[in-house]
Write a protein that binds this ligand. Structure first.
Ligand code: AMP
Ligand code: ZN
Length: 113
């Protein structure tokens, strides 16, 4: 998966600002933050999108969510935050490696749901 941007970031081939790492999860600051805190939480296992979530990778996906409280706490998001996943081009997914945006640090306004 040398051609995947996030796989290359996880491997350390492309620099990033890491905020969390364990055996299944890598989290780093978004290069184009939409809020004071904008962290991308990604499974180390390459999954192209949420469409590839299934029985054989539930542990990798669960690990991303299990890391959320620790990351939120270390980022000072005691007032709340939002987790967003864009799945597919029509939803705005631009990097085809499953990732969850963790956004906060200001009052978040418009909501779709
Ligand atoms: P999405 O549009 O949901 O696929 O999200 C992809 C995100 O990756 C965007 O918010 C980009 O700003 C972010 N991004 C792209 N390249 C990098 C990079 N080299 N380091 C950190 N974040 C990046
Ligand atoms: Zn990848």
């Amino acid at each position: 998966m040398n051609d995947c941007l996030f796989c290359r970031i996880i491997a350390g081939d492309i620099p990033s600002t890491k905020v969390y790492e364990d055996d299944k999860v890598f989290a780093f600051r978004d290069i184009n933050p939409q809020a004071p805190v904008h962290v991308l939480i990604v499974p180390k296992k390459h999954l192209a999108s949420a469409n590839e979530i299934g029985e054989d990778n539930l542990g990798d996906v669960a690990a991303c969510f299990a890391a959320v409280p620790q990351i939120a706490a270390s980022e000072g998001l005691s007032e709340g935050y939002r987790i967003i996943n864009n799945c597919g081009a029509a939803a705005g997914q631009t990097v085809m490696h499953l990732h969850f945006h963790l956004i906060g640090g200001r009052t978040l306004g418009e909501k779709i749901i």
